[in-house]
Design a protein around this ligand. Sequence first.
Ligand code: AMP
Length: 296
Amino acid sequence: MTFQQLGVIDPILRALSAEGYTNPTPIQEQSIPILLRGKDLLGCAQTGTGKTAAFAIPILQHLYLKHQNKQNHRGHRKIKALIVTPTRELAIQIGESFSVYGEHTGIKNTVIFGGVKQGAQTRILERGVDVLVATPGRLLDLIGQGFISLKDVEYSVLDEADRMLDMGFIKDINKILDKVPENRQTSLFSATMDRNIWKICNKYMNKPEKILVSKDEITLEEIEQRFIKVDHNSRYPVLKELIGEQNIQKAIIFTRTKRGAYRLSKKLKNGGFNAGALHGDLTQSQRDKVTRGFRK
Ligand code: AMP
């Protein structure tokens, strides 16, 4: 299967091929045709499956085909697609994906999230964008201040819906969806489906088509997995040995607790490794510092 066979148009195909995407992932193969037909979609899928492109490509294609003639860039752009996602990091990634896949479409996106001053975000909004990627709190805040209107939204996406609900955003999600015109297309992605997700579906979606990407389709073939059983005290020596043995230059190590992450990073630093800990007790600027350091 190719993206062309899924009906993706040339300006987007060129961007995908420049990104090195040769074939659609399973979720893209299933979602893109449904969304291109204009149907609502309920996707049970996790991050890492390629779900961002699964919803971004159809939105870009619809907007490009519908609005390219009208968009001589003189009139003020109105928000026609809204993506709501739980965290700043996800929002930024989604915005970058829209820019990459939409490079040859002329469609503009911006990203808004809380925890930073709003000035830079509102200036871009005032100039006008087609696609808005937002975390729920900041979105409602800027709607309240009159910087954002959702009355022209034709496409809405709830990304990682279960995480948003876990984070206590249920009321916010309802408030946001109440402000979006009813005849929009809605997609909802969630790793898990529970009663509250179904409630949102029933209230805000129009006979959604359901797709499920199973866990074993997620693991990329290039990833080799190993399981090593060790007792508590051998964990650090074994870890050190593994890193050395394979001459690993860059690694992400997951721990069960925040304290565990902190302790392990300290041990690694003492052992001569360049390590940092990332967990929920850090401030945004501390987190940025760690992720920047990791990228470098
Ligand atoms: P996501 O689940 O949307 O966060 O995507 C996971 C990763 O897969 C991202 O780094 C994407 O750039 C990459 N990706 C998405 N679709 C494809 C594809 N069709 N071929 C290769 N890589 C892809």
